[in-house]
Design a protein around this ligand. Sequence first.
Ligand code: PMP
Length: 421
Amino acid sequence: MTSQKRDRSDALSREARTLTPGGVHSNVRLAGPPVFFDRGEGAWLYDVDGNDYLDYLLGQGPNFLGHAPAKVNDVVAREMRRGSVFGAQHALENRAGELFLDTVRWPERVRFGMTGTESDQAALRLARAATGRGKFVRFEGTYHGWLDNVLASTEDGVTSPASAGQLPHHLDDTYFLPYNDAASLEATLAAHDDIAAVILEPVMCNSGVIPPRPDYLARVRELCDQHAVVLIFDEVITGFRLALGGAAERFGVTPDLAVYGKAMAGGWPVSALAGKAALMDLFADGVVHAGTFNSSVPACAAVIATLTTLREEPPYEQVEKHGSALMDQIRELAHTYALDLRVQGLPAAFHVSFGPQEPVHDHSGLAGLDLERYQRLARTLVDHGMWVAPRGIWYVSTAHGEHELDVATSRLDAALAAETT
Ligand code: PMP
C-alpha cells in the first residue's frame, strides 16, 4: 500500500471545515492528516475509504487496551442501561474508587473527573489551598492541559503563552525550569518562599519522551519535603501504562498528589486526581472541584472494567516486549537505509525523530533534533498504513502482538524506502 485513496475522507474533511474551525474539534488534530475513521478494533483502525492502519497513536494514548475492548465496552453498555448521571451518588463510584486506590496503592483518596486538563487544575488549586502559597514550579516542555495558566511553549530558553488570546500575566505564577536538573530546582526552592507545588510529568512524554535521570525524581521528592512544597506527578500519560501504579511505582517515588487519565478507562473519558487524605479532604472543606459529568455510571463502569482487566492479566511484560522489539526494528531499518532516525523513551511510549543518537535529557536538547523532517516521515508512514502522530510519540497497546510487529516492520520498511528514493 503506497498511495491510499481517501476520496470519502477528503469529502468529509471539506464538509467538516464548514462546520467546525479547521475541520477538527481539538487543535492537536490540525497537524494530522485529514483522515476520517469508520472504526477501530484492537491495534487497528479502518478509515471511511476502507484503508487499514496499524495504530501507534491510540487516540493520543487512551486506547491502551486497543480499540473497542469488549471487556470494557460490554460492562459499560450493561451498566449504562440504569442511566448516566444522577446529580448524586451511586454505588459504582465506591467500587471504582476502591479499585483505583487498591491498584495505585499509595493514594488514600481519589476524585474522578473527565479530562487531564481539569484534574491538573484541581491539583494546583488544592496545593495552593493547602500551603497558602500562590506559585508553582514546572518544567520546560511539559504539558498540563490547554488552559491559560498552564499552556506554554519554550523556545531558546524563553517560555511564553502558546496561544493567541492568552495574556502574558497568565504565566506569572509559574517558575519554568529545565527538566532533569535538580540543581536548578534546589536553587529556585531556596530562593523563593511563595511556591505551593512542583508539578511534573515523571517521564517527560510531551517533549521527546525524556526519562528521568537516575535519582532525579527521588531528589525532587527530597527537595519538596525540605521546603514543604506539594509534589504533583502528572501521570496522565504514564499512569497505568508504565505499571499498575504508573511512574510512581516504576521509579519508586511517591508524590503527594497525582493526576491520571488516558489509559485508566479503556478509551472512555475519565480522569482522576488522587493523593494523601490530608490534602484531598480539603475538597470537602472549602476547596471547590466540580463537574456535571464527574463519576458518571459509564465512567465508573469503564474504570472498573479496565482496572480489573489490567489486574487480572497484567500486560506490562508484553507491552514492553512489543515496544522494545519495535524500537529495535526502527533502529535497524534506519541503519539499513542510512537514515539518522533516532528512538528514545520507554517501550510503552517512545519518541521517534531525526538527529544525533545521543540521549536528550531536557527540552533544550530537542533543538538539536530535526522534528520537521520526522513530521514529513509521519505523513509517509500514514500513507503506508501506520497511524502515527506527527509530533513523534508512539504508543503501544496490549493488542499489539507478533502479527502487528511483522506488519509494522514491513510497512516501516516500505515507508523508509519511499523516504530515501
Ligand atoms: N497532562 C499530560 C501529561 C498530558 O499528556 C495531557 C494530554 N495529552 C494532559 C495533561 C491533558 O489531558 P486532556 O487532554 O485529557 O485534557
